[in-house]
Structures are given as structure tokens and as C-alpha cells.
Design a protein around this ligand. Sequence first.
Ligand SMILES: Cc1cc2nc3c(=O)[nH]c(=O)nc-3n(C[C@H](O)[C@H](O)[C@H](O)COP(=O)(O)OP(=O)(O)OC[C@H]3O[C@@H](n4cnc5c(N)ncnc54)[C@H](O)[C@@H]3O)c2cc1C
Length: 350
Amino acid sequence: MIRVAIIGCGIIGASIAFELSQFPELKVTVFDKQPPGQGSTGAALGVLMGVISHKTKGRNWKLRETSLQRYETLIPELEAFTGRKIPFNKQGILMLCSEGEDLIKWENLIATRRSQGWQLELWDVERVRDRCPHLSLKDRIIAAIYSPQDRQVDPTALTLALVEAAERNGAIFEFGVPVEAAEIAASLKFDRLIVAAGLGSAAVTASLNQLVDIRPVLGQALHLRSAKPLGNPDFTPVITCDDVHIVPVGNQEFWVGATVEFSENGGEIPANADMLAQVMARARSLCPALAEAEIIRKWSGLRPRPEGRPAPIIETLPGNDRVFIASGHYRNGVLLAPATARSIREMILQ
Ligand SMILES: Cc1cc2nc3c(=O)[nH]c(=O)nc-3n(C[C@H](O)[C@H](O)[C@H](O)COP(=O)(O)OP(=O)(O)OC[C@H]3O[C@@H](n4cnc5c(N)ncnc54)[C@H](O)[C@@H]3O)c2cc1C
């Protein structure tokens, strides 16, 4: 029996807990100072940009591909196992291309994806108009890329389902209890420690005398409700353009976001109202009916971004092969969670 402690229960810690809980030789305990999914995960839009991303090889593509494939089986498995509903949009992602966009680059990506067994389509504006009559293409839109196999998932619903499923498999969760990483690492109660504390991973690793530098990047988003249906009810993909996502979440409701705000002096990041207004203005220029939609909620969250190295960090802590880091997923933690969980399981059971 290998006794594993996980610090952090966002999408990453919960995914690892569920993955490991399926192996009877592993005994899993998860600690979080808050209830599950209250960190970065609670702010995420859950857009899974895999096929449509420009990563085509190496670790970064492999993690994306593994996650996309796993999501197709993971969601129905969790729903059947827990009886919970996990909103999972299988209509794909439609990316509108503005003037100046290099369409040759997209044609090359389409060919690469075809050779990798994935679909991606270049649409002309006529096709976009036909499939998405609620969009306005006047504002410099010259074409679109449709990615039918990319997805969007509700990150909080998914995290809670993962926790419940892991618990049913015998994992133990301790919420609201601040834990000392050094204490756990030194404790004889655990054989392995996984640091999945998102932004908190910097402090956790510092307490183990091996700082893994992870810094915050703020994101703001909005939840809107339209009084009338928008567009074609049979075709409701995530719409994205110039880094602004319009995410249909059912009942004529949409999430719109997110801003990308860095700290200017290494300190706190005050939410910038102008940046949120710019995101909203772009969303309204793409979908004019959103101007009449009611704003139900505004929120912000902090993305965990590794300093001076690529995201994410999935490795053993230098100098301590009992401690594993699964953190710093920056803008793609929801997308990369299943592949991260698999990598950690392979490292532990190698
Ligand atoms: C506005 C916004 C939009 C986003 N949209 C997307 C998107 O569309 N798609 C996507 O893939 N990603 C998106 N992301 C990024 C995604 O949210 C993150 O990459 C992901 O949530 C990181 O998950 P995590 O589990 O590592 O961190 P978190 O969710 O932050 O979880 C870390 C947990 O660790 C706990 N913790 C910290 N320190 C300690 C400690 N010392 N002891 C105990 N517990 C501790 C915290 O309480 C927290 O629950 C978005 C992020 C934001 C802010």
C-alpha cells in the first residue's frame, strides 16, 4: 500500500485524487484549506482549447490530446458513477478570425490536425452567417475556424463530481484544514506528497526549501442572461475571437471573459474595470443581442502561472523524489487536468 497525500483540491488535485483512487494499492488523502474548487478553478470558463491550439508536437500537444480523449469517457463515467450532471458542451469551438489573421497558418494547422486524426475546418463568412445568425460579422471578421472536437465543461460541477467519485473509491478529503507541507513531507503517515495547490504551491514548496515560483495572472468574467433565445438552438458552440470567449451555459445564459491582467510591481493585482469593459464591448460587437442581456454576476480569479518557464509543472521536486508538483497550469488547467492526473499516476506507479 502506498499512502499518498495531495495538497489542494482544485481541478488538478481532484483529478489526481480520482485517478489514483482507482488503484487499490494507493491510499489517497486530500487536504485543502478551503472547500473544493474555490481557487482558480471556481473562476474558470472551462473552455478546452486543444485541437484549435497551435501546439502541434511535444509535451504540450501530448497533454492536450490525452486530455481531450480522456474527457470523452470521463464525463459519462463520472455522471453514471455519481448521478451528478456535469454540463459538457460537445458542440465545439467556433473561432472568428479578424482582418489581418494569417489564414495560411490556419490552413497548415488544419492539414497537421488531419494527419494527427483530428478535425478542424475553415469556414467563410457566409457559412458562419448561416449557422450562427446571431453573430455580427461586420467588425472586421473575414473567416472562422470550426473545431468540432474541442469542448467546454463546467469546472466546478466537474471538480465536485471528481471529489465524490474519489470518495466513493475510498479517498479521504479534509477541507478547511490548513496543513503544513513540511509536516506532511516529514510525516511517516504518507509515502508520497503531491503538491496541487495552484497559486499556493509557491508557499508550499518554499516551506520544503525548494521554491517553485508560481505567480498570479488575474482574469475577470461575467455571467449574462438574455431575455430571448440567441441564434440557432441546434448549434451552440463556444464562440471565441481576439481572446474573448462567449460560452453558452444553457437557459439563454452565457459566460463572457476573460481579461488577462498581470501584476505591475509583483504585488496584488487590482481588477481593472476598463479591461472588463473592453472584453464586454468585444463580445457585444460579435453578438449585438448581448447588449440587452442582464448581467447576473461578475467575478475574478487568479491563474497560477509559472515564472520563467512553460506551464504546467508536472515533475518531482528537485532533490526529493517523494514529492511531486502538479501546478502552474496557468490558462489551461481545466483542459490539462485529466492528462496531468495520468502523468502523476504513471510517475507514482512506475
Ligand atoms: C477567469 C479565468 C478563466 C479561466 N478559463 C479557463 C478555461 O476556459 N479553460 C481552462 O482550461 N482553464 C481556465 N482557467 C485556468 C484554470 O482555472 C486554472 O489553470 C486551474 O483552475 C488551476 O487548477 P489548480 O487545481 O491547479 O488550482 P486551484 O483551482 O487554484 O486549486 C488550488 C487549491 O489549493 C488550495 N491550497 C492552496 N494552498 C494550500 C495550502 N497551503 N494548504 C491547503 N490547500 C491549499 C486552494 O485552496 C485551492 O483550492 C481560467 C482561469 C481564470 C481565472
